[in-house]
Design a protein around this ligand. Structure first.
Ligand SMILES: N[C@@H](CCC(=O)N[C@@H](CS)C(=O)NCC(=O)O)C(=O)O
Length: 205
């Protein structure tokens, strides 16, 4: 398998999941600006017509896209790691409820804040939405270690990744001590450290 990623982008979530799952995998960067070249000089648009990361090249040559699908695919390959509850259970639907919320309500509310062409009105509306969503998540996490159940799942890999973007858009998650503490705790997981090092986001020595 090969993960196409951009350092610190939403592709960090499957990168963490690959590490948590103990997979043997390759990875290749994509420069999201301009021509979308990969680390080996290929045109990423020719690899993934959607032009965005993450994308996972499977061993049979298929390309799987969309973070929540990639993360569930990976989790289901290693059920013993309990990175997702079993398919068909109520807990799995709860996980999917979170993945959808994180993708559509949280992740995509950050997008205008990274977009230099977004209007101030759009950015302000997105910031307000983000504050409401983060408030909701902080309440849900109060007294809990993880988003779903009592152990780390792919939803935590995704939330950890998104919370890391606050620093780039002047959004201090310290406003919500529960989120700050959660982020710090997930950060310390060995698999998370490995993924962050692999993406050059923390020193590797
Ligand atoms: N729906 C996609 C969205 C992926 C996405 O937003 N990727 C961003 C990085 S976090 C990206 O590659 N943006 C560059 C672009 O769209 O050109 C998913 O959930 O995987």
């Amino acid at each position: 398998m090969k993960l196409y990623y951009a350092p610190g982008a939403c592709s960090l979530a499957p990168h963490i999941v690959l590490e948590e799952g103990g997979f043997t995998y390759e990875s290749e960067t994509v420069d999201l600006r301009g021509g979308k070249q990969t680390g080996t000089g290929k045109d990423f648009n020719q690899i993934n017509a959607k032009g965005y990361v993450p994308a996972l090249l499977l061993d049979d040559g298929q390309l799987l896209t969309e973070g929540p699908a990639i993360n569930q695919y990976l989790a289901d390959r290693v059920p013993e790691k309990k990175l997702a509850p079993a398919n068909g259970t109520m807990e799995r639907y709860r996980l999917q409820e979170w993945l959808t919320f994180l993708g559509t309500e949280l992740h995509k509310s950050f997008s205008p804040l990274f977009n230099p062409t977004a209007s101030d009105d759009w950015k302000n509306a997105s910031s307000e939405a983000l504050n409401r969503r983060l408030e909701y998540i902080a309440k849900q996490l109060t007294g809990k270690q993880f988003l779903v159940g009592d152990h780390f799942t792919i939803a935590d890999a995704y939330l950890f990744t998104i919370l890391g973007w606050g620093q780039y858009v002047n959004l201090d998650i310290g406003k919500w001590p529960v989120l700050k503490e959660y982020h710090g705790r997930i950060f310390m997981r060995p698999a998370v450290q490995a993924a962050l090092k692999a993406e050059g986001l923390i020193p590797s020595a």
